[in-house]
Design a binder for this molecule. Sequence first.
Ligand SMILES: [Zn+2]
Length: 478
Amino acid sequence: MSFHVYNSLTRRKERFESREQGVVRMYNCGPTVYSRAHIGNLRSFLFADVLRRWLEYLGYEVHQVMNITDVGHIQGDADEGEDKLDAQAKKDRLDPREIAKRYADEFLADVAALGVRAPEVYPRATDHIPEMLAIIDDLIAKGNAYQVGQDVYFDVTSFPNYGRLSGNKLEDLEGGARVEVREEKRHHADFALWKSDPKHLMKWDSHFGPDGFPGWHIECSAMAIKHLGEELDIHTGGEDNVFPHHECEIAQSECHTGKPFARYWMHAKFLQVEGGKMSKSLGNVYTLGDLEERGHSPRSLRFTLIRGHYRQPLNFTWDIVAEQKAALEKLDELYSRLVRAADGQGTPGDDDAGRALLDDSIETFESGMNDDLNVPRAVSALFQLRAHVLEGALGRTVAAAGVDFVRRANDVLGVIDVDANAAGGEANEAIEALVQARLDARASKDWAASDRIRDELVAQGIVIQDTADGTIWRRQAE
Ligand SMILES: [Zn+2]
């Protein structure tokens, strides 16, 4: 069984093979920190997180980098319009560096709350100006870029593969529509590597002039090459990054290094809200803060955003978040039941028959993830296993193997609170003692004591279920 991914560059599913055996170098396009990340952005970052976790499950050593764009991201696709950071800074009457710091901190807090494992580095564009200028100089020297006044443009006609990723053809990229005509450009699709504007708030001196700042695309090339080397295995982003951002990254990186930039390009699809587009005017550009205000946990949001396949459009609704919360509680219950069955509680099933059922669930999980990260199929394996556990179909040894499997699966999904539901530990022993005391009270028909103990458990966030196999407990999900 091997890992297959859909490669946007070739438009087909391909068997994944890293350049260096056992090692993956992966770059994820990160946030532009001029506002708080919305759930559409978060979907793309969570997709990258699940991909990294799956690669680790497969045994790869993953070198992962996600950038933070804190300058140079222009509002439109063309090189006209305001820098998003500058525009927000003017609106809030703050220094753009303060804006960048505020939203970068918020981004880091949000992804941490969502259980995103930190990459090796979160490089910031403003810390890599010399690296960008070095690439720009090299591109000019090689004839792939040209200077007009204090601006520098990439010459798209110098790179025959321009348009391969997005499917755009140069002759179709007419001025006006997506890319505005700018007089000083040789070709209307040429894009800025370096711009000069005395009114820009964040600017750097260079041999091009005093008031310069980088283009957004060159930032990612410089940061990826610096932190991961000239040839990446995987480059990810949202589907809105394909053109022009990633198309331009490929052009300038490959002209600079003379090597293929990334083997696999993977893009997460858009997120819709209530069946329509997210937009400020509709007031549905939700953030993690909005979810929390409505009483939803980061864990529920994580599950909602990873549970659909990343290449399918995801429709976000409040009902779906509530459903995912309920589904998560079932997975918590699966885990706590397995732990207790492994501990010899309940009616033990047959180990031989149970083994086949467990193996089948593991196979479904792994083949799902190996099929271009089919999380829906992988999650269905856990519900399948839950059904077997509810039937009492697993023996004690198999239940122990099941505990191990669910922990490993959850290492990829990151949604089940396995530690809270683990057996053992002083805190859990105290709860076990209370649960037993309640059972003793019920046995002697001391209902008042039984109710009192139950209330005490509930106050500690413990859910108790009396089942045919005895009483089981788990911690209430957030
Ligand atoms: Zn990027």
